[in-house]
Design a protein around this ligand. Structure first.
Ligand SMILES: [Zn+2]
Length: 455
């Protein structure tokens, strides 16, 4: 550290990032407007960057991009993501790409496995980023924080094989398959649809009565199994195709199925049928995200009957224990304090959050640049009607943008155009006040702790 400071007094080094590889020192430093990787001595891999001779020492100043992140991952195993398996875990989506150290501190305080690189295809489109950039930002954040306890990377809400391929190329080790585009709710041509997946006669023989635990049975009557199978047959085929691809290309990975954006709650029988059929074909999942009863709107507390949700969680949990075990995954899981004690009863769970980190970023803007914050709010209100369409059925009807109550939803769903217009200004403020941003994140996610009490 002393040598680094002596050689480059104009740089501000992050002490936790310093790594020694034989005679070479590597560290992350902050210049006026960006972060750089500094390497003193012989380069231990082919990093791209500029070299300078200072006091007879070779000093390399390298950009913190994806290519250099990959080089660094090849040298330092703790920078490579891995599966979470059955550990309690939290998905920390980061649309700004600046939040990772705050997420690490939050995960440590909660005692959970952090999924630090996590974005959905929709978020990538809206933020004009790709999986490589998301991975890169997480890796540099882990390096900066010197965090060596392991983290996950979840390519979220994938619904085409092409998206899966891109995520694999970027080094992701977790894949959430959103099957909602493959669902078929119409009741016509039942047997044709069933035959896409299985033999109708065999299915009807197979699906009669299952005792999940004493007192909780699933009974399939008449052509019920056909109706369920017809609804899911294309989805099942797609999942199996993705699974085979991933087994071949990745080996060990977290595999999640998400049904959370469907129009109807996922019934226990649908959950059971879907996962059991996958299991019979050798597909192993890490987590399953049903659509639960009630409303999981973005950035506000759960809306619905908590007693009903409790029973709903218990049934899905028992099915997950019976067929797995695998974890229940709770999407739109941030800002839902009323449900956290219920989640502790059905753990370990995976809680997925994303927009909440963006809202914490806006808190920093509000505190340090109130004028910028006001401009963001006015702009968000002006694009809200258009942007909320992507979230049909999820959003109430707030009028004024803000960080309290339902105004949060306006800010939550307008991040695409807001980041396009104000992204550079937002980044500058967060970069300048990064420690405040991290502390706010740690504090904010502390609210999840009741979900992880009972282990
Ligand atoms: Zn989701």
């Amino acid at each position: 550290m002393e040598e680094l400071r002596r050689l480059l007094p104009e740089f501000q080094f992050y002490p936790k990032s310093v790594q020694q590889i034989r005679e070479t020192t590597l560290a992350l430093a902050k210049t006026e407007d960006r972060e750089v990787l500094v390497i003193v001595g012989k380069k231990p891999a082919k990093f791209e960057g500029k070299v300078r001779k200072i006091n007879g020492r070779r000093v390399h100043i390298c950009p913190t991009d994806f290519r250099n992140a990959k080089k660094l991952q090849s040298l330092l195993p703790f920078l490579r993501p891995k599966p979470s398996w059955l550990r309690s875990s939290v998905g920390f989506g980061d649309r700004t790409g600046l939040a990772t150290p705050g997420h690490i501190r939050a995960a440590r305080a909660l005692g959970v496995f952090p999924v630090l690189a996590q974005q959905s295809s929709r978020e990538l489109r809206k933020t004009r980023r790709n999986f490589e950039q998301v991975m890169s930002r997480a890796v540099w954040g882990v390096f900066k924080e010197g965090y060596q306890d392991g983290f996950g990377a979840d390519a979220d809400h994938l619904s085409t094989l092409e998206e899966v391929r891109k995520a694999v190329r970027a080094g992701f080790t977790g894949f959430t398959i959103d099957v909602s585009p493959y669902l078929d709710y119409s009741e016509s041509n039942l047997l044709v649809k069933v035959s896409r997946w299985s033999s109708p006669a065999e299915l009807q023989r197979d699906y009669k009565r299952f005792e999940i635990v004493p007192g909780f049975e699933l009974v399939f009557e008449g052509d019920e199994v056909w109706r369920i199978c017809a609804r899911f047959s294309r989805a099942l085929n797609f999942v199996v195709k993705v699974w085979k691809f991933l087994i071949d290309k990745v080996g060990d990975f977290d595999f999640e199925i998400s049904l959370d954006e469907t129009s109807e709650p996922t019934s226990p029988k649908e959950h059971f049928f879907f996962v059991r059929e996958l299991k019979l074909r050798g597909v192993k999942i890490t987590s399953f995200a049903p659509r639960f009863v009630g409303k999981f709107e973005k950035a506000v507390d759960y809306k619905g009957d908590l007693e009903k949700l409790k029973e709903n969680l218990r049934q899905h949990y028992l099915i997950a224990q019976y067929l797995g075990p695998y974890k229940l995954s709770i999407h739109s899981g941030s800002d839902k304090p009323s449900i956290y004690p219920l989640l502790a009863e059905v753990g370990p769970v995976h809680i997925k959050t994303s927009g909440t980190t963006y809202l914490v970023a806006l808190e920093v803007i509000q505190q340090y640049e109130p004028n910028l914050f006001s401009r963001i709010c006015r702009f968000a209100e002006s694009v809200y009607e258009k942007e909320k369409k992507a979230y049909e059925g999820l959003i109430g009807a707030p009028k004024k943008a803000g960080l309290e109550g339902e105004g949060r939803q306006i800010l939550h769903v307008t991040y695409g155009p807001v980041l396009k217009k104000f992204g550079r200004e937002i980044t500058q403020v967060l970069f300048k006040h990064e420690e405040e941003f991290y502390s706010k994140l740690e504090k904010h996610f502390g609210a999840l702790s009741p979900a992880f009490k009972k282990q």
